[in-house]
Write a protein that binds this ligand. Structure first.
Ligand SMILES: [Fe+2]
Length: 339
């Protein structure tokens, strides 16, 4: 469902027109991220630049479809969405235009940007196991999850979900296509049940003993860790957490990202907004809103759940390469029968 949030923009624009004053720039931001802290972030951008924001919140796929359908007359200036696989789909559809900015180049690491879109926060794909049922030594890497000793133990969401496609894309980059396909086949052979639900459902299934081990994005776990509900705390207590592949290529990370829409009516303001998203202040809001890590090194985030999870070695694969491999990953998973 798409919700439109017109701030005071329309009223202000009408007043300006009536007074014969120049119309104020209004930036249209289509966002698949909508957290409480985002409100303050947008308000501060307006305070700093005088540029007002019309935000249109929607689901990732819906926003991409909407921009496609609106075509050349789309009011969209910026698209914010999650996951490299989805950003790649938007980019392949020709939705973005190249962004040139010294500020963005200086603040966002090269491996976390492409010519057409940039990452603004990162999340990790974790291995989570039932402390009472599975030996931690057996689940130290994604590759481990395909070992026959875990038969009937693995819970994971659909193989066609972008989060798993991005993981598959990273594995293809590191291990090659043939090994990744063999891995996917081994993983499918170890399933405790046919894939269903989201990552939180897998975490709960592991805690309940329905499966011994699962793969989940870090922010779903962090959300449960920060929850004050007794049942969530019980789930967290049952779980052991592994940063996968610390002895090899590092834990797979994915991103929330954004780009300037190709037909953006306010291109300069859109770039200014992306530069703002890379400021220390906005980075803290952006990352903390969804329990993610900022991409800008100097940004400080105080997040008790992420602090508790501690530091880890992340995969350094350029996000652009990850994105391009996702198409191949889907074919590999299809052949392996990971539905
Ligand atoms: Fe998610």
């Amino acid at each position: 469902m798409i919700r439109i949030r017109y701030t005071l923009t329309l009223g202000v624009a009408l007043l300006a027109a009536a007074a014969g004053a120049p119309a104020q720039t209004v930036l249209n931001v289509y966002s698949a991220r909508h957290y409480q802290t985002d409100e303050a972030m947008y308000a501060n951008f307006t305070k700093q630049t005088g540029i007002r924001i019309n935000r249109l919140d929607g689901k990732e796929e819906e926003l991409v479809e909407r921009i496609k359908n609106e075509g050349a007359s789309s009011p969209a200036d910026v698209l914010i969405t999650v996951d490299a696989a989805r950003l790649e789909i938007a980019d392949k559809a020709g939705l973005f235009q190249p962004v040139q900015s010294k500020t963005l180049e200086a603040r966002i690491p090269a491996s976390l940007r492409t010519p057409n879109w940039l990452a603004f926060s990162t999340r990790a794909r974790l291995i989570v196991y039932n402390k009472g049922a599975v030996n931690a030594d057996w689940v130290q890497s994604y590759e481990d999850l395909a070992e026959p000793r875990l038969k009937g133990q693995v819970c994971v969401r659909s193989g066609s979900h972008p989060y798993n496609l991005s993981l598959g894309a990273a594995m293809i980059a590191h291990n090659g296509e043939a090994k990744t396909e063999a891995w996917a086949k081994g993983l499918v052979a170890n399933f405790a049940r046919a894939p269903k639900g989201g990552d939180t459902d897998q975490l709960k299934a592991v805690a309940a003993g329905e499966c011994g081990v699962a793969i989940s994005n870090s922010y779903y776990l962090a959300r449960l860790m920060r929850s004050t509900k007794a049942e969530d705390q019980q789930v967290v207590r049952a779980l052991g957490v592994v940063w996968p592949n610390q002895k090899s290529w590092g834990t797979h990370i994915n991103v929330s990202g954004a780009g300037v829409v190709k037909t953006a009516p306010n291109r300069d303001a859109a770039v200014k907004f992306l530069e703002y998203l890379a400021s220390d202040e906005a980075q803290a809001y952006f990352a903390d809103g969804n329990n993610e890590w900022p991409v800008v090194k100097s940004a400080q985030v105080k997040n008790p759940a992420l602090d508790a999870l501690g530091p880890f070695k992340a995969d350094t694969l350029p996000i652009g390469q990850l994105a391009t491999n996702t198409v191949q990953a889907q074919k590999v998973f299809d052949r392996a029968g990971w539905r």
